[in-house]
Design a protein around this ligand. Structure first.
Ligand code: KG4
Ligand code: ZN
Length: 325
């Protein structure tokens, strides 16, 4: 089955094409250069850039795979959550194409697709736990199958990636700051500054704004004497608070497999600490490949494949494309 997955929820335009769950191509047009000078994503500019890139990207996908449009069996498109104008570009493009070709289409939840990046070549033992840590979200799920997700917890304030980006900004690093914070943290002492580690009791919710505020006040009081130490100590505090929630989740749901996806999961320090913790607990970590952690169309296509596999009905064309709230 040839599946086309389209992703335009934020600042990456992406088309992924898979044969079942095997990736044939995963093309990403990043808008990093457009938004970096504003220190954040400008929604109107994001939608316009999606509009410019989406058709050429789709044509490149066909060219690189040697496929003709009529060989496509099914389409999937991210329809929530995300920036409304950006989502609308992907949804309008994909629904129009599917309608014109009389092919089925599935609306895909962006967060579920982040977890679907872990499904490649893996036999998952269900129920499993899944954690998405991205720029806009930090969400924990219990997976009853490849597509049945039960929400267990989420951030009560800032998303984890958002806090990485804000700390990056405080340290005068380029936007988005996550990867830059990780890079300079390599040269820092993670035990130099004790930032607070959040722990919400009796809940699987997360909180990151306290750590962010602590970094802000540390810089206000001391200035940026050693940015490497600040980055390393911050990264350690964030990682420790994630590890606490992983342990809490495993106490309530003693699963065999724990899946991880989302942009922040590219962070090697975090990946290593997660692996160490799960080894201790005798749980197998299934961590998305670094190139599939960021927003991309292939993960949308993989999730779509599993929607078909688990016999979901396709969505109606161009109806309920965007959520009402
Ligand atoms: O999943 P994603 O591409 O977009 C959203 O769905 O939000 O994640 C983007 C986020 C940004 O906040 C970015 O700074 C963060 O992922 N990120 C990282 C790293 N690479 C990307 N955060 C920490 N360390 C990294 N190496
Ligand atoms: Zn994302």
């Amino acid at each position: 089955m040839i599946v086309v997955g389209v992703e335009t929820s934020c600042d990456e335009t992406s088309i992924g094409i898979t044969r079942d769950s095997k990736i044939l191509v995963n093309l990403i047009a990043s808008q990093e250069k457009i938004h970096s000078r504003f220190g954040g994503i400008v929604p109107e500019l994001a939608s316009r850039a999606h509009l410019e890139k989406i058709v050429p990207l789709f044509n490149t996908g066909l060219k690189e795979t040697g496929l003709k449009v009529d060989q496509i069996d099914v389409f999937g498109v991210t329809n929530t959550p995300g920036l409304k104008g950006s989502l609308l570009v992907g949804a309008a493009f994909t629904h129009s194409l599917a309608y014109a070709l009389c092919k089925p289409i599935y609306n895909v939840n962006h967060l579920y697709a982040h977890i679907a990046a872990c499904f490649i070549d893996k036999n998952i033992s269900f129920p499993a736990l899944g954690l998405v840590i991205s720029g806009g979200h930090t969400n924990l799920f219990l997976l009853r199958s490849y597509t049945k997700f039960i929400p267990l917890g989420k951030t009560r304030d800032d998303a984890c990636g958002e806090v990485f980006d804000k700390v990056g900004r405080m340290l005068n690093l380029p936007f988005p700051g996550g990867a830059h914070v990780e890079k300079i943290a390599l040269k820092g002492d993670e035990n130099r500054i004790k930032f607070p580690v959040s722990r919400i009791t009796n809940s699987l919710d997360f909180s990151f704004s306290g750590i962010k505020t602590a970094v802000y006040y540390h810089i206000l009081k001391n200035g940026i004497i050693n940015p490497e130490d600040i980055a390393a100590s911050f990264q350690k505090a964030v990682t420790d608070s994630i590890l606490i929630k992983i342990e809490d989740a495993l106490k309530l749901h003693p699963v065999k497999h724990f899946l991880f996806g989302g942009g922040v999961i590219r962070n090697n320090y975090l990946r290593n600490k997660i692996e160490e913790k799960l080894k201790e607990k005798n749980v197998r970590p299934i961590i998305a490949r670094p190139d599939l952690c960021m927003d991309n169309g292939a993960k949308v296509a993989i999730f779509t494949y599993y929607l078909v596999f688990e016999k979901y009905k396709p969505d109606p064309y161009a109806i309920n494309v965007l959520p009402t709230k």
